[in-house]
Design a protein around this ligand. Structure first.
Ligand SMILES: NC(=O)c1ccc[n+]([C@@H]2O[C@H](COP(=O)([O-])OP(=O)(O)OC[C@H]3O[C@@H](n4cnc5c(N)ncnc54)[C@H](OP(=O)(O)O)[C@@H]3O)[C@@H](O)[C@H]2O)c1
Length: 288
């Protein structure tokens, strides 16, 4: 098991995730059905294992059937009830059909975690229309499509619901990822707007603003970005369990009086810190 600052590119294996201590009680999500978009990713796997350990039936989606099959093998071995569904969150029709399938197959839906996402660091002038759309549509439109599809069923069935959006710190701007920064700003305001509009239907909408979390997805950044992974007051990277437990806190009864909240899980990065996904240009250096 390695999530130390020395090795920010490593994460926990599914078996390690299943045996780490957790503050949450056994059976907390018993008989609950939790959808995790991007469920086979690094953070997604931690979400699936944690909610599964706590008794939930886990429903994971993503584009790659192979990655979902691998996740399914792990969840089966860990005796976690689950199903996996290959689709893109960028397509509203696929998302709507997916949510119908969840209700048909599992009979309910309690929590939606919008976790699917991805980004690549590149100077703003080099971003193509296709690259821009891929990031903005996955993060912002994907969150919207899944949230609307879930809420329509919850409202239609007069059932309560909870949405947790995995996002990044509001207000934290980084050069080299303008598509992500723009999409995350929209995602955070969407979280707040939907929390307000759907409160009368007992639907809570919250977010977890992730700082830098160890795992292989950090390989997407060039080596000169590495020193900035620890640019927060705690001077270390977080791990996937930090994110999963924050999502559980918001989704569980512990969050029953919380809506419209975006909880930073970033080692304090939102109050201090700087992140340069392409490394820090000389122009911005102020050190002696
Ligand atoms: N790791 C960090 O430090 C960090 C920091 C801040 C925010 N985040 C955010 O946290 C979330 C999870 O990140 P991660 O580190 O776990 O990344 P990851 O391992 O790359 O996981 C991303 C997941 O999203 C899925 N996905 C991507 N595009 C999709 C689409 N169009 N439709 C459906 N699924 C899609 C991917 O599966 P397929 O490729 O198979 O579709 C994958 O399972 C992302 O939103 C990420 O931006 C991460």
């Amino acid at each position: 098991m390695t999530t130390s600052a020395k090795e920010p590119y490593a994460t926990f294996s599914p078996d390690e995730l299943a045996s780490l201590p957790t503050v949450f009680r056994e059976g907390l999500f018993l008989d609950r059905v939790i959808v995790v978009t991007g469920g086979a990713g690094v953070i997604g796997t931690a979400l699936c294992v944690l909610f599964g350990r706590l008794g939930a039936t886990v429903v994971a989606c993503g584009r790659s059937r192979d990655r979902l099959d691998e996740l399914s093998r792990h969840l089966t071995r860990l005796a976690i009830r689950h199903s996996t569904h290959a689709l893109t969150v960028r397509d509203p029709e696929q998302v709507s059909a997916f949510v119908d399938e969840v209700w048909e197959r599992h009979g309910r839906l309690d929590v939606l975690i919008n976790n699917a996402g991805g980004q690549f660091a590149v100077p703003a002038t080099e971003i193509t229309p296709k690259g821009w759309s891929a990031v903005v549509e996955t993060i912002l439109y994907g969150t919207w499509y899944a949230s609307q599809a879930a809420a329509r069923r919850w409202i239609g069935k007069n059932a309560p619901g909870s949405i947790v959006n995995v996002t990044t710190a509001p207000g934290l701007v980084a050069a080299g990822i303008p598509h992500t920064v723009a999409a995350r700003a929209g995602q955070v305001q969407l979280t707040r707007a939907l929390a307000l509009e759907w409160a009368p239907h007992s639907i809570r909408v919250n977010g977890v603003a992730v700082g830098v979390v160890s795992g292989p997805s950090l390989h997407h950044y060039p080596p000169n970005a590495k020193p900035f992974f620890e640019a927060n007051p705690m001077r270390r990277v977080g791990d996937v369990v930090d994110v999963a437990e924050a999502c559980a806190y918001l989704a569980a009864p512990s969050g029953k009086f919380l809506t419209g909240v975006v909880l930073p899980v970033d080692g304090g990065g939102s109050v201090w810190g700087e992140f340069w996904p392409l490394g820090k240009p000389d122009y911005f250096r102020v050190e002696d």
